[in-house]
Design a protein around this ligand. Structure first.
Ligand SMILES: [Zn+2]
Length: 210
């Protein structure tokens, strides 16, 4: 384990929870050391704002997953196999982004920051049972196609980055962009809000007010 990167993940976990990117034990964090071909991932049941060095378990990418590792470890292993340049994979349950992904609505990139961090990098996956090899394989497919930010409908986000700091900034921008997209209306205008009834002005005209 590269301790420096694990301590960065511990700090990142606190910021994720304090920034409302996830709550309770919603998510898991990992880092990959390509020289040692070793993955270090949070243990099952850990809360992202309560991590310490003992909250992590390390193993070689080609070995069996050790007992106690996160139930979603298969997704991380598949991610590093697909994109070995990733230094970290961040899995969290951001409410605004999940809401839009579950409705299959693409997150808009309206600001310069959102465009910088997100444009062309986000994919939405349909709901697949968490913790399964099926989900791991679907994530690997999307990573191989070049997406770095996978939105899992009704579940969460899996975000790969070659920098832990960049990963956090991307996650923050993802959730803010999702919030701004929702401000436009989650159905993107499909539901028509009726105009004020025309009888209002007609009645005013008849009464001589206008
Ligand atoms: Zn999850």
């Amino acid at each position: 384990m590269i301790e420096e990167n694990v301590y960065k993940l511990i700090a990142l976990g606190k910021k994720m929870v304090s920034s409302d990117l996830t709550i309770a034990d919603g998510g898991n964090l990992s880092t990959y050391d390509p020289e040692a071909n070793e993955i270090t991932i949070t243990r099952s049941g850990t809360c992202l704002d309560e991590l310490d060095i003992d909250s992590f378990v390390s193993f070689k990418l080609d070995n069996n997953v050790p007992a106690g590792a996160s139930s979603e470890t298969a997704m991380h292993v598949a991610g590093y196999r697909a994109r070995p340049e990733f230094l970290c994979l961040l899995h969290f349950h951001p409410q605004e982004a999940i809401l839009l992904a579950s409705a299959n609505i693409n997150i808009r990139t309206i600001t310069v920051d959102h465009t910088y961090y997100l444009a062309g990098r986000v994919s939405i996956l349909p709901f697949i049972q968490p913790g399964t090899q099926e989900l791991a394989a679907a994530c690997a497919d999307q990573f191989k196609k070049g997406s770095d930010i996978l939105l899992l409908a009704h579940h969460g986000c899996l975000l790969g980055s070659d920098s832990i700091e960049w990963g956090l900034y991307t996650a923050l921008n993802l959730e803010q962009a999702a919030k701004m997209t929702r401000m436009l209306g989650v159905d993107q205008g499909k539901t028509q809000i009726p105009e004020c009834p025309s009888s209002y002005l007609e009645n005013l005209k008849q009464s001589g007010v206008v």
